[in-house]
Design a protein around this ligand. Structure first.
Ligand SMILES: [Zn+2]
Length: 215
């Protein structure tokens, strides 16, 4: 027991992260897996065959294979401060009795599957341009984005807001609330693409007044 310091010692295999720079974005984009900070510095790739785990009550969960982490959480993770990390993930008050325990179980699975950290590159994108993948998984958006407001830098597809007074978070809110304004399950993929393309051609005043109606 001499080595016990009041921390969990989850199994972390000896691993080396994938070679080369991370293909996924840059520092300061996306959000930290543990605390949701947008000040991301590290990427952890997980071994896909080890991503599944079960919660306290046997509910099956699966980690995605790529995670961004802020410097604070990276430090906690490397110091085996799993309880502190689990607390950062837990809503206050917890959304159910065993939420903290479930985050600890998830962290044990994360450690087991982790292929190790890679430092994210500094962004070298033109001002206002960001990877669309930081905002949505809908890969059609780049194709319908206004040509003068999209770019590809080092193989990363970037988009900028078509409307000066709205940031990309607000832009995507406009896109999805308009595209799914009636029953979302009745919106086909084709209709969705057409509607998003339609919104992106709006003048700024239309976008602003639609957004105002959504509040
Ligand atoms: Zn964090």
């Amino acid at each position: 027991m001499a080595e016990f310091e009041g921390r969990q010692t989850y199994f972390r295999p000896e691993v080396s992260p994938p070679d080369g720079p991370s293909p996924l974005g840059r520092r300061g984009y996306g959000s930290c897996t543990f605390c949701h900070s947008s000040d991301t510095v590290w990427q952890h790739d997980l071994n896909a065959s080890l991503c599944r785990f079960r919660t306290m009550f046997g509910k099956g969960k699966v980690w995605s294979t790529s995670h961004k982490v802020c410097d604070r959480c990276e430090h906690l993770y490397n110091a085996s401060e799993y309880a502190a990390l689990a607390r950062l993930q837990t809503t206050n008050p917890p959304s159910y009795d065993d939420e903290l325990a479930d985050h600890l179980i998830g962290l044990a699975a994360f450690c087991r599957a982790d292929r190790g950290p890679r430092e994210l590159e500094q962004p070298d994108f033109p001002p206002g341009f960001e990877p669309w993948e930081e905002y949505t998984g809908a890969d059609f958006v780049f194709g319908v984005w206004p040509e003068e407001r999209r770019a590809v830098v080092d193989g990363v597809e970037l988009v900028a807001s078509p409307w000066p007074s709205l940031d990309l978070t607000a832009v995507f809110r406009v896109l999805w609330t308009w595209a799914e304004r009636d029953k979302p399950d009745e919106v086909t993929a084709t209709l969705m693409i057409a509607r998003v393309a339609e919104v992106l051609a709006w003048p700024e005043t239309n976008a602003l007044s639609w957004l105002a109606e959504q509040r």
